[in-house]
Design a protein around this ligand. Sequence first.
Ligand SMILES: Nc1ncnc2c1ncn2[C@@H]1O[C@H](COP(=O)(O)OP(=O)(O)OP(=O)(O)O)[C@@H](O)[C@H]1O
Length: 262
Amino acid sequence: MKEHVSHNIDRGEVVIHVRNLIKSFGDMHVLRGIDLDLFKRENLVVLGRSGTGKSVLIKIISGLLKQDSGIVDVLGEDVNSLRGRDLDQLRLKIGFSFQNSALYDSMTIRKNLEFPLVRNMRNLTRTEINRSVESVLDAVGLLQSINQMPSELSGGQRKRIGIARTLILRPEIMLYDEPTAGLDPITCIEINNLINQVQEQYHTSSIIITHDLTCARQTGDRIVMLLDGQFKRQGTFDEVFDTDDERVKTFYNYNFLNNEQI
Ligand SMILES: Nc1ncnc2c1ncn2[C@@H]1O[C@H](COP(=O)(O)OP(=O)(O)OP(=O)(O)O)[C@@H](O)[C@H]1O
C-alpha cells in the first residue's frame, strides 16, 4: 500500500478535466464516455488490461491524438482547440514518460538530458544547463552515470534516465505509460518509489497507466479501472477491488496469484 497518501493534494484544484470522452478506430470503440478529474499533486492510477485504451487516453490528454468527441481540458486549456505554438507551450508542461524510455543510443546520458533543454529553452547558459542536468540526475539517483552511454545501463537505470529527461523541463503534469513494464520485481518497487519521490519533490500531478497491481497499490492516491471503454471502479486500491464484479476479480487474481501479464 502507498505508505502515505500525499497530504498536499489540492482537491479544489483540477489540472485535468475530461468529460464524456469518446474515441473509436473504425468500428473499434475504444473509449466510450470517459469522465476523469486529476487533482493538483495527486497520483492517479488508470488500471486496465492490455488493449483497453489506456495509452489512447493519455495520448489524447497530451494532444498526440484527437478525440472523436468530449471535453479534454488540461491546465485550463481545451487541448483539442490548441494549434502550433500554443499546443507546444502546453506540451512543455506535460511530461510524457514513454514505455520504452526512448533514449538516444549514440549520446551520453549528459547529452540525452541536455537535448530537450537546449531545444526548448534557448536562452540558458552552460552553467544553468549543467546545473539542471546534474540536479535531475541526482534526483533519480544516477549522477554517477552522467558520462555513460545508454547501452551501459540496466533496464531500470534507463527507465530512471527516461524519467529524468522528462523532469528536466519541470513539467506540472507527469504521464507515465506502463512505468514498470519489463522490469524485475525489485526494480519495479524502486521505480514505484521514484514515482512517489517525484510527486513529493517536483510537486507534480500524475496519471500512471498500468496493469501492474503492485505499481497501482504503491503509487496510487486514487485508482480508476478501465473496463469496456469506461471507468467502472474508482477509489483507493482496496475500494476498487472490494467488488463481486467477476471481471475485476479475475484481473486481481491473474495479477497476484498467477503473476502473469494480462
Ligand atoms: N492509431 C491507432 N490506430 C488504430 N488503432 C489503434 C491506434 N492506437 C490504438 N489503437 C487500438 O486501440 C486499442 C487500445 O490501445 P491502447 O494502446 O490504448 O491499449 P492499452 O490499454 O494501452 O494496452 P497496452 O498496455 O497493451 O499498451 C487497441 O486495440 C489498439 O490496437
